[in-house]
Design a binder for this molecule. Structure first.
Ligand code: FPP
Length: 258
């Protein structure tokens, strides 16, 4: 068994936890939950508020969900916070999202450290403003030994861009004579993605009712269970997370087998 597979197995085992104490079946919660946080704009529009207010409220929901997942023993939580496509939004909205992110990092750093949560990022991080990169690097360094949960923020993230850079890396290895095309395996592809040492998501949640993947973790969600809720992200609560986890526990995962 290679190192990644061993790590995946370990992470599944480590998810057997106190979930039963909060009403879930005493079977493992998913090791890795990934969330497409959608609906901030509509939440604000319904209240005749500026879209930025929706993102602010969405930021509070992020806090709740991070703490809830950690309490539940979920080992990896990936949040789609800013996509490569989101750069096309109005400058004022992009700036507001960047500022919310730095405020989140400043206000949550000590909480993440206290709760033993390790912050990680995936995406084209070099495209983010320098002050955001500084805040990220600071919090990543401060939480690097966190072992209760990995909080992975997908920032300036796009799955197609991730796959393109993986192909470029493997292509360069072939060009240098370090790799033959026949030696390319699914594991080798996995090892050249941003998520190389993170197990694939078991559960993908999307809020706001849209039935789309939106360029999120295209390779990694091959066998993820998908749950779409009509709830707009700012209204997403711990209670709804528990309901989704309960639904997940009753699904039969066959990974393509009978
Ligand atoms: C989608 O809603 C949400 C985003 C593009 C950004 C997500 C950001 C946050 C939840 C807050 C900041 C994040 C962190 C990690 C502190 P939308 O604007 O597309 O909503 P709409 O589809 O209703 O317009």
């Amino acid at each position: 068994m290679n190192a990644i597979k061993k790590k995946r197995k370990k992470s599944l085992n480590s998810s057997r936890n106190s979930a039963d104490s909060i009403g879930l079946d005493a079977i493992p919660v998913p090791a890795h939950v990934a969330i497409i946080m959608d609906g901030n704009g509509r939440w604000a529009k319904k209240r005749l508020l500026n879209r930025i207010k929706g993102h602010e409220k969405g930021s509070q929901a992020v806090r709740t969900v991070v703490q809830s997942c950690r309490e539940l023993g979920i080992r990896y939580l990936t949040l789609y916070a800013f996509s490569t496509e989101n750069w096309k939004r109005p400058k004022s909205e992009v700036e507001a999202l960047m500022s919310l992110l730095t405020r989140f990092l400043q206000s949550e750093k000590s909480e993440l450290m206290e709760k033993d949560i390790r912050l990680r990022v995936i995406g084209q991080i070099d495209r983010l403003p320098a002050n955001v990169q500084d805040s990220l690097n600071d919090t990543i360094a401060a939480t690097r030994n966190g072992s209760s949960m990995d909080l992975i923020l997908a920032l300036s993230y796009g799955a197609r861009a991730e796959i393109v850079q993986m192909v470029q890396k493997l292509g360069a290895m072939i060009q240098r004579g370090q790799l033959t095309p026949e030696a390319i395996t699914a594991d080798l592809v996995t090892d050249h993605l941003y998520t190389r040492d993170i197990p694939d998501p078991d559960l993908l949640i999307r809020t706001s009712g849209e039935m789309r993947i939106s360029n999120f973790l295209l390779w990694q969600i091959a066998y993820a269970e998908i749950f779409v809720t009509p709830t707009l992200w700012p209204d997403f609560s711990k209670q709804e997370l528990l309901q989704i986890l309960s639904d997940y526990q009753h699904r039969e995962r066959r990974f393509g087998a009978v």
